[in-house]
Ligand binder design. Sequence first.
Ligand SMILES: Cc1ncc(COP(=O)(O)O)c(C=O)c1O
Length: 383
Amino acid sequence: MADSSHGFSTRAIHAGQPPDAASGATVIPISVSSTFTQAAPGDHKGYEYARSGNPTRKALEECLAAIEGGERGLAFASGLAATTAVFQALLKPGDEVVAAADLYGGTFRLLDKVFKPWGLVTHYTDDASAAGFAKLVTPKTKMVWIETPTNPLLQILDIAAIAAVAKKAGAVLAVDNTFASPYLQQPLKLGADIVVHSTTKYLGGHSDAIGGAVVGANDLLAPVKFFQNAAGAVPGPFDSYLTLRGIKTLAVRMDRHSTNAAELADWLTKQPQVAKVYYPGLKDHPGRDVAAKQMKTFGGMISLQLHGGAAAARRFLTRTHLFSLAESLGGVESLVNHPATMTHASIPKAVREARGVDDGLIRLSVGIEDVADLRADLQHALG
Ligand SMILES: Cc1ncc(COP(=O)(O)O)c(C=O)c1O
């Protein structure tokens, strides 16, 4: 139906989704059955029990693989379920992970509170250059874990350069591609081994379904596939359908997220109340050149600091109307977030502040509303 010769949007709309063989339905049916009838023991049509496989989820998994340019996609019940599957299926107690210090608070909590007691050792680098990662690699390093752009400071990490470090160390490079989405950036093409997503964000795109994904080569993902069924954190058919539906419009949404965010980031730099703007598309962003090389556009996320620190941030956060004060990101509607008390509250205050995520930091997920309305909303909140 769609293959690797097709463009991104063609794959996003068609991959894994031929017309339904039974009815001709053009849109993939939401297949709710938890079990599948067999003609004789072992004689079935590819499905036995819906934790192991479900037709709607299979369509999503094929589509995820096609849009990330990987052999296999696996869908999970959440982004953190996908992350858990990668760590637990591919690593063992005593192994070491090198991760960038700036990363999603829930991933830090998972590594610190679940996998550290299990025996996994994670080293965090403040220097997110390839050399920074190389310094922390030891013979026990089995995985390098990065986000780019990072959450919440929007640092840009050079995927190809870090992939070279991981390869030399004999380690797997896993990239959480949630902030960029596969439309803007395809890490597997840049040398990464595994891509992870919170599909809750841009892929679903409408803030109405929690989900996660892992994409990579068949051989590497075989233990993750086994773990998916053995541990069972799979998405239900309706969430799989919503995610597939969201993916169809990913390209047009990302274009608009990016142009809106670029315009607002530039405008914010000119406001006297604003002390600092973090956006990879700004000329003075240290990662701009790498971002221009590895991303199609600079994405829809902006972070900022106001003069007046935490008190000014608190005032701003309660004065927006269109930007809802809410966790999450990547939906069509704009959101404003206070990382210190929301998305990154699970990182101890001292660690968080040492990493630059203090009580004054504000994160915006710029939606696809009319940019003039969004600008007016920010203007009011600053005023
Ligand atoms: C970059 C990143 N990765 C992973 C996750 C976890 O995803 P989920 O909330 O779907 O478990 C999040 C959630 O905010 C995130 O921002």
